[in-house]
Design a protein around this ligand. Structure first.
Ligand code: NAD
Length: 257
């Protein structure tokens, strides 16, 4: 299927899943707008590389997804947003009584409130152009919980509820809103947790991957960037036009347990 002529804005896309989704949407022909809070030569080079490889228009727009005004500015700076992928996210792990309040606020702002601001800014243009796809990158933690991840689990459950609400609000428009719920995907966010867990439990890297990270993922395999990006591309297709207000798990069976 071709997404030629569509513009996709992917928040938090200079790394990991966001970058993977941007690459897959660009391969399908969509022009892509990359984003993070930094503004480095490497950030802009990523957009240039995608443009070169795929032939689509690609640009990088700096905007901090912890700031509501910046979220809305991103959509304006994109110059049109047919496909919105709310992906930016951070993690912090601590028991609730020790959880720093500033970390709680940052996780709720970046992982949840940013999607409210970008969606609010994008939806009118989608209605006017007669096509819109809002894809929220939630998590298996949007459907189940783990200890010590109170803010992350709250934000991800929140985004699943937000997804259902926007699905209903846009049900009579040619717009859909869905959440992708990945299990573990080996990205910098996950990779960064491995050394600390190795130290904490005296485990090898392989043991941490098998017995900690993939403990709840029955397939015992990480989901891949291509699988997340391919599912996002499918959600942009006509075949997915009646899929709205729901979640799609890509978690090797985690949430079937
Ligand atoms: P990552 O750390 O590789 O990517 C996170 C992205 O968000 C980066 O591009 C980062 O620059 C950006 N970001 C962080 N703070 C930002 C801010 N204030 N403003 C703008 N951008 C900001 O992590 P990832 O694993 O690719 O995670 C991406 C999304 O996928 C997150 O929402 C995460 O919760 C979700 N997710 C990841 C996994 C996994 O196993 N990796 C599983 C389920 C869900």
């Amino acid at each position: 299927m071709s997404l030629a002529g569509k513009t996709a804005v992917i928040t938090g896309s200079n790394s990991g899943i966001g970058l993977g989704v941007a690459r897959e949407l660009a391969k399908a022909g969509a022009n892509v707008v990359l984003n993070s809070y930094t503004d480095t030569a490497e950030d802009h080079a990523l957009a240039a590389e995608i443009a070169k490889v795929t032939g689509v228009d690609a640009k990088y727009v700096q905007a901090d997804m912890s700031n509501g005004d910046d979220c809305r500015r991103l959509i304006v700076a994109a110059g049109g947003c047919d496909i919105l992928v709310n992906n930016a996210g951070i993690q912090h792990v601590a028991p609730v009584e020790e959880f720093p309040a500033a970390k709680w606020d940052a996780i709720i702002a970046i992982n949840l409130s940013s999607a409210f601001h970008t969606t609010a800014a994008a939806v009118t243009g989608m209605r006017e152009r007669g096509y819109g796809r809002i894809i929220n990158i939630a998590s298996a933690h949007g459907l189940t919980a783990s200890p010590f991840k109170s803010a992350y689990v709250a934000a991800k459950h929140g985004i699943v509820g937000f997804t259902k609400t926007i699905g209903l609000e846009t049900a009579r428009d040619p717009i859909t809103c869905n959440a992708i719920c990945p299990g573990y995907v080996l990205t910098p966010l996950i990779d960064a947790q491995i050394p600390e867990t190795m130290k904490e439990y005296g485990m090898t890297r392989e043991e941490v991957v098998r017995d900690v990270l993939l403990a709840r993922q029955p397939s015992k395999e990480f989901a891949t960037l291509e699988q997340i990006g391919g599912t996002a591309t499918f959600l942009c297709s006509d075949a997915a036009a009646q899929i709205t207000g729901t979640t799609i798990s890509i978690d090797g069976g985690w949430t079937a347990l």
